[in-house]
Design a protein around this ligand. Structure first.
Ligand code: ZN
Length: 590
């Protein structure tokens, strides 16, 4: 699963009864001005990564990995639509201003449909919306066609038909039979090329866990069996942190069966990784101090799921269209998750790019000048790490009326919003706790704890709350944030100034955070559905007064368009996308 920070775009699932591919868009495709406006929602942002500390072997391996990643751009475009490769080739030849604008927005979406506009077409002569089954199924195959056919085949064949790594094509349309084609066949030319690049990279790196993963993944590209290489990915611990293969199933809106190819070629951030390791050592102590009735605390926490903090050198394919991924949790294969759990990878430089491009401009319009000084990326990222760790703390196995159960089972559809709020607030609590005990906990070097650092933590959190709220209450993070924002405002910990800007009252915020954390943790510990509903009904709302604030944010970009300057300098893109783009001009008022 991937996350976009709080930029989660809820993609409306289209009605899928319409025979796919039947309708073409009319001539209402956006003109140059409209297209530039659409693309302008993504601020062009260079992603630079300092690779100077890599070994010579890893530096050579990196070239091969960037090349392999670029092949997956091509595979993904094929997966998205059968017409994509031809269309892309045509667009590259069109040198008119409109042609250039179309190419840029096509590359940003890796297809002719705009991700953040419910996949509406922005080019003429293409289906008016992305096909729900993308190109994983024959374009005119309906959901019913598949279900009728699959019910009549043996169970082992069904498993293949519904598997992650196959496409379905008509075998005999008259009788309704389908052929199951493995990815290793369907994308044979591209995957063979990518596999040989991965093998070259495996030979060049000096890191044994990377060598093992790359060799097994190269095998998987050819054999279509990804199991062993997924296991090796869980064990991967190397300066070059690589994720490459078919993973997420979001693009298969028909069934959610089929995995799309993507790549993330990253550099491990050793400083953040060691910070994370120090925090992890203190998790039990934090659990033992949580602001809840001691009987609800967990006397023995399980092992924390692995988290890697990295900088992205290049992303490709499904990992590089529309709203950019800030973190991902893989693999999705339940067999691996059962056996080894899953691993979370956090893309620090992508988060930083979004912070500068989106969060800082939001803060400039919502915070007082005085508070603005305390908006800091370091605080933002440290809280993001704490948020992830805090999902593992607090009540998980609970007893309600003598039954052994879980907060998720008891709180049902309300659980996600409560749990996201809990992770945020417990994250604030935990960081404050560690700041208060920094010297005993030997955290002084990695966690600044002076007054300025404390102000930065809460002020940055206030600024980021507007970013989450802006995206609405349909998302668990947005709803959870509304609860926190309103609670802290009602307890005078967040303050609205006369001029409509906001700030933090440092004399009130710490106790307000503790009290809210107490309420959230107790709701989970008791599996108290009624209390959760009450809290969300009262506080999980956008109050009318905030509408004014949102109106001030309408010009701020939705997301970034990454320019992979480090990857491009290592391996200049040949016929790929409009190479280095000039930075988008936009006027920002302070
Ligand atoms: Zn979360």
């Amino acid at each position: 699963m991937k996350t976009f920070g709080c930029f989660l775009i809820l993609l409306v699932l289209a009605a899928i009864s319409v025979p796919a591919g039947a309708q073409k868009s009319s001539s209402t495709a956006p003109n140059l001005v409209e297209l530039e406006k659409m693309a302008g929602r993504f601020a062009s942002t260079p992603l630079r990564v300092d690779t100077a500390n890599l070994s010579a072997g890893d530096r050579h391996a990196l070239v091969k990995l960037v090349q392999a990643a670029r092949i997956l751009d091509q595979v993904f475009m094929k997966q998205l639509w059968s017409g994509n490769a031809d269309l892309y080739a045509r667009l590259q030849k069109d040198a008119t201003p409109l042609g250039r604008a179309r190419l840029r927005y096509f590359w940003l979406n890796k297809g002719p449909w705009s991700d953040i506009d419910e996949y509406r077409a922005f080019l003429p002569g293409v289906p008016h919306r992305k096909l729900p089954g993308a190109n994983f199924y024959s374009a005119d195959m309906s959901k019913d066609d598949f279900e009728r056919w699959v019910a009549g085949i043996p169970a082992t064949d069904q498993e293949q038909a519904k598997g992650f790594f196959t496409v379905l094509r008509w075998q005999d349309k008259k009788v309704g039979s389908l052929a199951v084609v493995p990815y290793s066949e369907e994308y044979k030319a591209e995957l063979s090329h990518a596999a040989s690049l991965l093998r070259e990279a495996a030979d060049l790196t000096g890191n044994s866990s990377l060598r093992k993963f790359l060799s097994l993944r190269a095998d998987a590209f050819l054999s279509n069996d990804y199991y062993e290489s997924d296991l090796a990915w869980m064990d991967l611990d190397a300066p070059l942190d690589v994720t490459i293969g078919p993973y997420e199933t979001y693009n298969d809106e028909l069934f959610g069966y089929k995995a799309a190819f993507e790549a993330y070629i990253n550099l491990r951030d050793d400083e953040e990784t060691s910070k994370l390791a120090s925090f992890t050592q203190h998790l039990q102590e934090i659990e033992d101090s949580l602001p809840i009735d001691p009987k609800y605390r967990n006397p023995k926490l399980g092992a924390a799921a692995p988290i890697r903090v990295v900088d992205e050198i290049i992303s490709a394919g499904d990992g590089a269209h529309g709203v950019q991924t800030t973190a991902y949790n893989l693999p999705n294969d339940e067999r691996i998750v059962q056996q080894k759990g899953s691993k979370r990878v956090m893309l620090k430089n992508v988060q930083e790019a979004k912070f500068r491009t989106v969060l800082v401009p939001i803060a400039m319009r919502t915070l007082s000048k005085h508070a603005m000084i305390d908006v800091s990326f370091s605080s933002f990222f440290t809280h993001t790490l704490a948020h992830e760790l805090m999902h593992g703390l607090g009540p998980h196995q609970i007893t309600v009326d003598g039954r052994s159960t879980s907060p998720r089972a008891e709180l049902k559809e309300l659980y996600s919003a409560i749990e996201e709020a809990k992770a945020d607030v417990t994250g604030l609590f935990a960081l404050q706790y560690m700041m208060d005990h920094a010297s005993e906990m030997k955290l002084a070097k990695i966690l600044p704890s002076d007054d300025a650092a404390q102000r930065q933590l809460y002020t940055t959190f206030l600024a980021s709350s507007f970013r989450s709220l802006r995206f609405g209450l349909n998302d668990a993070h947005g709803k959870g944030m509304a609860v926190q924002f309103n609670y802290l405002l009602d307890h005078a910990a967040f303050v609205e100034n006369g001029d409509g800007t906001f700030g933090v009252d440092m004399t009130k915020i710490k106790s307000a955070v503790q009290d809210l954390d107490h309420d959230l943790l107790t709701i989970e510990a008791e599996g108290n559905y009624a209390a959760a509903k009450d809290l969300l009904d009262n506080l999980g709302v956008i109050r009318p007064s905030l509408k004014k604030t949102f109106a001030k944010l309408s010009e701020i970009p939705t997301d970034i368009e990454p320019v992979f300057v480090t990857a491009d300098s290592i391996d200049p893109p040949t016929q790929n996308a409009p190479a280095t783009k000039k930075a988008t001009k936009r006027s920002r008022k302070p």
